[in-house]
Design a protein. Structure first.
Length: 228
């Protein structure tokens, strides 16, 4: 008996237990199963299962979603044109900033991350491979607005924008630990500028350098939105 005939015959039972059935498949069998389902759907076999695996019909026209036309305000357009010319370039290099134990302890208390590698200098000097306490990775991340000079109300980075919103991070890595007592600074490279409704979306790569160390303490892709 062919596999398709078996599945057709057992379709009702398979439909009741489809999730368990698929979960037990190997990756290669899942690929075969997807192809099998597509063929079976075209022959109107085991519809009750096949409907859970929607596929585009043959020769079906794929229609792209319609996007509203974005009309930029003069301030947004001027900034957009300026930033487009800077894509791929370093657009900021900060001042050195010291990471001390007091700041690390305060962050540990707020976040309840009291691991000894951060908060116990004596133990760290004896047991840690770094021979020192180190800053939390998320402390470094939390300092990015300060390190990139993005939180000074008297010196806004984008003065023509009415509102700046932190949309988040596309990716974050901590390639090298930042020891307490180190000096760090941020440098930013502009990656992308995209017009959005009422504003712009800006993507930057931010690297946190450690004085005297070749590898960065943090590399993050930051996304902000400006509204005008």
């Amino acid at each position: 008996m062919k596999v398709v005939d078996i599945l057709k015959h057992k379709g009702e039972s398979l439909s009741r237990h489809r999730s368990q059935f698929v979960d037990r498949m190997s990756p290669s069998l899942k690929d075969y199963w997807s192809e099998l389902v597509t063929r079976a759907q075209s022959q109107h076999l085991f519809k009750s299962w096949g409907k859970d695996f929607p596929t585009s019909a043959v020769n079906e026209e794929v229609v792209n979603p319609v996007h509203d036309t974005i009309e930029m305000k003069p301030e947004a357009e001027a900034l957009y044109n300026k930033l487009c010319a800077e894509i791929g370039e370093q657009v900021y290099l900060g001042e050195w900033f010291s990471i001390d134990q007091q700041r690390v302890d305060a962050f540990a208390k707020v976040t309840q991350d009291m691991q000894w590698i951060h908060t116990d200098p004596e133990r760290a000097s004896e047991e840690s491979p770094f021979k020192s306490t180190i800053a939390h990775g998320f402390l470094t991340l939390a300092l990015l607005p300060k390190l990139t000079d993005a939180v000074d109300p008297d010196k806004p980075q984008y003065p023509t924008a009415k509102v700046t919103v932190n949309l988040g991070m596309n990716r974050v890595r901590f390639p090298y630990p930042i020891k307490v007592g180190s000096n760090i600074r941020a440098k930013c490279k502009l990656i992308k500028v995209t017009p959005i409704q009422k504003g712009l979306e800006i993507t930057k790569e931010v690297k946190v350098e450690i004085e005297g160390i070749r590898r960065p303490g943090c590399v993050a892709e930051s996304v902000i939105r400006l509204y005008f």
